[in-house]
Design a protein around this ligand. Structure first.
Ligand SMILES: Cc1ncc(C[n+]2csc(CCOP(=O)(O)OP(=O)(O)O)c2C)c(N)n1
Ligand code: SF4
Length: 545
């Protein structure tokens, strides 16, 4: 046993490493990024395969392939990443897992760094798969270990759900001796993982048959426990336990049901509700447990409180004050920064000084400035900040890769000029397939791909194609060679860039403008990570740094 000081993300990663994984698969996204990065850091010897995938769907499929072939695998992503991976995820509940297959998802209540709030517990329920929800870093480690065992015992993928506050805070974690499970054989029976309807029906029946076993597991699991005391009860899901303890302390008259494993252990919930007159459900995210507890008809004679009746807010993260008020206590109003005497000026988010995206958007805005108001479809990355002044260069930004698809739709509605701007990684993640359609129909749009040689927004991870590799891909997708224009995103090229972009906007068909210059942090990042692609950039290679 050893003791480490770990982020919640890192605790999951170490739990996976100590479970003897053969590989970690992921696409970066806050607050889940550090799960993969921890594995990558600890496994430079190559014993565990760890490379960023092009997107979350592919990461999930790669992990499934490893499980199929007989090695344990972890796949991690942020909550919206599971929307991208939802197709293989849902079907994997039918194929099941061969070697342990664990999906770690970090939800972002409060949207610190995300385009929406969503609660992964609904996804696990939707797929009818077991889910672990740690309350602290120790449980994150222990649950990762348990998740691999459960996955292999029941032949199913298992989900671990983290939330931002847990993923990104540190605490002591006691680790246990690592295991090196013997490699399992591959999946032998082709019918198990070949989801033709005739096979899929049998696999779905198997999944349904397993539900009772999963419920028994969660009922007996030490990660769910109950203490019956006074008539006021609380159900504490995952990290909610910490807020409750901070507000009330461990020495309490409340009856407490702490939940960490799902499916919801209904007999424990029933016991608590029978014992109490009032039950407050405290959960981060959606009112998942509360909604199931109340059902359509409510619980006669009992007061059930939570997000549905407004005792807790439906939106945002829990705080100790929110929990205090839910329990009828006065808020403490935290510790306002101003009480320290330090004035902290408001700082709206902005692109770094010297960022290549500034040069790109200056050129686009000037080139598009004419009599007709342009339709500007943006995408997700550092460059989304061009929505703010002085650029005001984004009219819509919805989900990763949406810019090109939305531009196509607008052009087909007769809009002109239509410009999609998309980062290099976002293009590879989910912009490429849309561009194939645009090229096929020669749709009247201009697509600007911002090649800054890394995934800047999430901390500078390696992008799978940059420079000449990226332009080769664009050609390969069928874009007319004469309308692929490569520009240097530097101030000295501004006039020339405006002229070239304007020419492509005026062209009535598909054109792709690739703007190249590495993020100004690329060199530092390359030194830190030893990333090969970036080392090429910093050495004055494929892109001007
Ligand atoms: C489905 C999904 N996965 C991951 C993320 C997290 N994320 C936001 S932007 C981004 C990539 C940005 O990289 P790039 O397009 O190269 O732009 P840059 O930040 O480098 O300018 C990622 C991974 C997300 N928002 N949605
Ligand atoms: S991190 Fe890089 S890409 Fe992002 S704003 Fe700063 S310079 Fe631009």
């Amino acid at each position: 046993m050893s003791i480490e000081l770990l982020l919640g993300d890192e605790a999951v990663a170490l739990g996976a490493l100590d479970s003897g994984i053969g590989g970690a698969f992921s696409y970066p996204g806050t607050p889940a990024t550090e799960i993969f990065e921890f594995v990558e850091r600890r496994c430079r010897d190559g014993e565990v395969s760890a490379r960023w995938s092009a997107n979350e769907k592919i990461a999930y499929e790669e992990a499934m392939g490893m499980s199929f072939a007989g090695k344990r695998a972890i796949v991690s992503m942020k909550h919206v990443g599971l929307n991208v991976a939802a197709d293989p995820f849902m079907s994997s509940a039918l194929t099941g897992a061969n070697a342990g297959l664990v999906l770690a998802v970090a939800d972002d209540p409060g949207m610190h760094s995300s385009q929406n709030e969503q609660d992964t517990r609904f996804y696990a329920d939707f797929a009818r798969l077991p889910l672990f929800e740690p309350a602290d870093q120790q449980e994150a480690y222990d649950m990762a270990r348990a998740a691999f065992e459960v996955s292999e015992r029941h032949g199913l993928p298992v989900v671990i759900r983290l939330v931002t506050r847990l993923a990104h805070s540190r605490s002591r974690v006691c680790t246990r001796a690592p295991v090196r499970p013997p490699r399992r054989g591959r999946v032998e029976d082709w019918r198990e993982w070949t989801l033709l309807p005739t096979n899929a029906r049998k696999r779905f029946a198997r999944l349904l048959d397993l539900q009772d076993t999963l419920r028994t597991y969660s009922l007996r699991s030490d990660f769910n426990h109950m203490t019956l005391r006074g008539p006021r009860g609380v159900i504490l899901c995952g990290i909610a336990r910490n807020y409750f303890h901070e507000v009330i302390g461990a020495d309490t008259d409340y009856s407490v049901l702490k939940l960490g494993v799902y499916p919801i252990p209904a007999p424990l919930v029933r016991q608590l509700v029978d014992h109490c007159t009032r039950v407050t459900v405290i959960e981060e995210g959606y009112p998942y447990v509360e909604r199931q507890l109340i059902g359509l008809l409510g619980v006669p004679g009992k007061a059930i409180q939570g997000k549905l009746d407004g005792t807790l807010p439906a939106q945002g993260e829990l705080t100790t004050d929110i929990v205090r008020m839910a329990l009828g206590l006065r808020p403490t109003n935290g510790h306002p920064l101003s009480s320290s005497g330090v004035e902290v000026p408001a700082r709206p988010p902005q692109l770094c000084d010297g960022c290549p995206h500034c040069d790109t958007y200056r050129a686009i805005v000037e080139a598009a400035g004419g009599s007709e108001r342009p339709y500007l479809f943006g995408d997700i990355g550092c460059y989304t900040l061009a929505a703010f002044p002085p650029y005001n260069a984004i009219d819509a930004c919805v989900d990763m890769g949406a810019s090109i698809g939305m531009a196509i739709g607008a052009a087909k509605a007769g809009a002109h000029p239509v410009i999609a701007t998309i980062g290099d990684s976002t293009f590879i993640h989910s912009g490429m397939s849309a561009l194939i359609g645009a090229a096929h129909d020669n749709v009247n749009i201009t697509v600007a791909i911002l090649d800054n040689a890394l995934i800047a927004m999430t901390g500078g991870q390696e992008v799978l194609a940059t420079g000449d590799d990226l332009t080769r891909i664009i050609r390969g997708l069928g874009v007319d060679e004469r309308h692929i224009v490569v520009l240097k995103a530097v101030p000295s090229a501004h006039e020339e860039n405006v002229r070239l972009v304007r020419k492509e906007i005026e062209y009535r068909g598909l054109s792709v403008v690739v703007t190249q210059r590495a993020c100004i942090h690329a060199k530092r990042r390359a030194v830190e990570t030893g990333a090969l692609a970036l080392a090429g950039v910093s050495a004055g290679g494929r892109l001007p740094g």
